[in-house]
Design a protein around this ligand. Structure first.
Ligand code: SF4
Length: 400
């Protein structure tokens, strides 16, 4: 049975709380510390301050670094490769992000090296039994680490519902590889990545998370928690549930369990410390917060998971960028398994394998999930929008 600990900070300082979380979960017991090279991998996607709910809290990174150093490993580095858009060679890069987030200061105080994983030497790695990514170019520091300690933060995400431990590993990929995961299908690519680069220990910053579109102060969610464990899938399932999501509807978490990377079934996870129900704090889902993007489109769905819903967001973004958002009020989409569909004036776009029984009603876009560009093509066909104009706009957007 997988073990995950949840510790509330309460009156404790961050270091005391993380020591408690690690002790309860016994997460550090799995490592041979003395002979190991350790990579501490926080989530620092962009240059924002610690405590914002967007990047891993610097106090937590410092506490974990100290705990690791106490075990006298062969070497310790802190490494991160910030998101695409924060990886320019001559201006904003991961080091700038880590400076703003307080990570460089932590490293200076603890005397450990910091690596920009976007600029690290790359190693080509084959992925056995891959869903969509047969190979990855991975930062060498990551590939050579004996123990990866992943330190994600709980946030909502447009494509994957939530982002936590499994998705945090994307930071070990250089920019072009990060983009490739989106082109191939993000949920499955995340699972493929975790097949070859799997954290041994996951310690989640649940002090403050981020909900909705993660854009302003109102999106910060103070949870006051630390979550820890060895099974990253179990940790993500627990964190999804703490944030009010049903882990069974978070596609990449379910696919990771299917790929036998860990346990996503809460009945098979031993939660130590605080119990999920006692600390649950429902986050506003990204898709709910982003409804203004839908432009009045009629979405008929039930049980559509984050795979299709996330890809659909791309379609709205593409059409908006191409100047067709006024057409969306005429659009009907069918997704998931909605049961009885009312009679419709316009032919709907039927999205994804789950909805295929409705394919005779309109334009069917197959896939699980179909890529956002394919959904966009289907919408263009249904609304008689010029596909070439939209394609040009997509190319422009992705070359920014
Ligand atoms: S087809 Fe079904 S299972 Fe696949 S991504 Fe879409 S809603 Fe999820």
């Amino acid at each position: 049975m997988s073990v995950v600990s949840i510790v509330r900070l309460g009156n404790d300082d961050v270091e005391s709380a993380v020591r408690k979380a690690v002790a309860l979960s016994q997460a550090f017991d799995s490592a041979e510390w003395g002979s190991s090279t350790i990579l501490i991998k926080p989530n620092v996607v962009k240059p924002v301050r610690s405590g914002s709910g967007i990047v891993t809290d610097a106090r937590l990174i410092e506490a974990v670094t100290k705990m690791v150093l106490e075990r006298n490993p062969r070497s310790v580095v802190i490494g991160e490769g910030s998101s695409v858009g924060y990886d320019f060679p001559d201006r904003m890069d991961s080091m700038d992000s880590m400076e703003v987030a307080g990570v460089l200061e932590v490293a200076r105080r603890c005397g450990v090296e910091v690596v920009d994983l976007n600029r690290d030497e790359q190693v080509e790695v084959k992925v056995p039994d891959a869903f969509v990514m047969d190979t990855f170019a991975v930062a060498k520091t990551t590939w050579e680490a004996d123990v990866i300690i992943s330190m994600p933060i709980i946030k909502t995400h447009p494509r994957t519902g939530i982002t936590c431990g499994l998705k945090n590993m994307k930071g070990v990929l250089p920019g072009e590889e990060k983009k490739r995961t989106h082109r191939r299908g993000l949920d499955r690519a995340i699972v493929d990545l975790n097949r070859v680069v799997r954290p041994r220990i996951t310690i989640v910053d649940g002090i403050v998370g981020a909900q909705g579109t993660n854009t302003d102060e109102a999106d910060r969610v103070p949870l006051d928690l630390i979550v820890a464990g060895n099974d990253v899938v179990a940790v993500d399932a627990v964190c999804a549930s703490v944030a009010g999501f049903d882990a069974r509807e978070i596609l990449h978490v379910q696919l990771a369990a299917e790929a036998r990377l860990g346990t996503a079934d809460l009945n098979l996870i031993e939660v130590r410390g605080e119990q999920i129900e006692a600390v649950r704090h429902p986050f506003i889902p990204y898709l709910q917060a982003a409804q203004h993007l839908y432009g009045g489109a009629n979405i008929i769905e039930k049980d559509a998971c984050t795979g299709c819903m996330g890809e659909l967001v791309s379609t709205f973004v593409y059409l908006k960028r191409a100047g067709f958002s006024d057409k969306l009020a005429n659009l009907t989409l069918i997704m998931g398994n909605p049961g009885k569909v009312p009679s419709l004036c316009e032919a709907p776009v039927v999205v994804g394998r789950c909805a295929q029984e409705y394919r005779h009603l309109g334009v069917f876009v197959p896939g699980c999930p179909p890529h956002g560009t394919k959904i966009t093509d289907g919408v263009c066909e249904a609304l008689r929008i010029d596909q070439e104009t939209v394609h040009r706009s997509i190319v422009e957007l992705h070359s920014l």
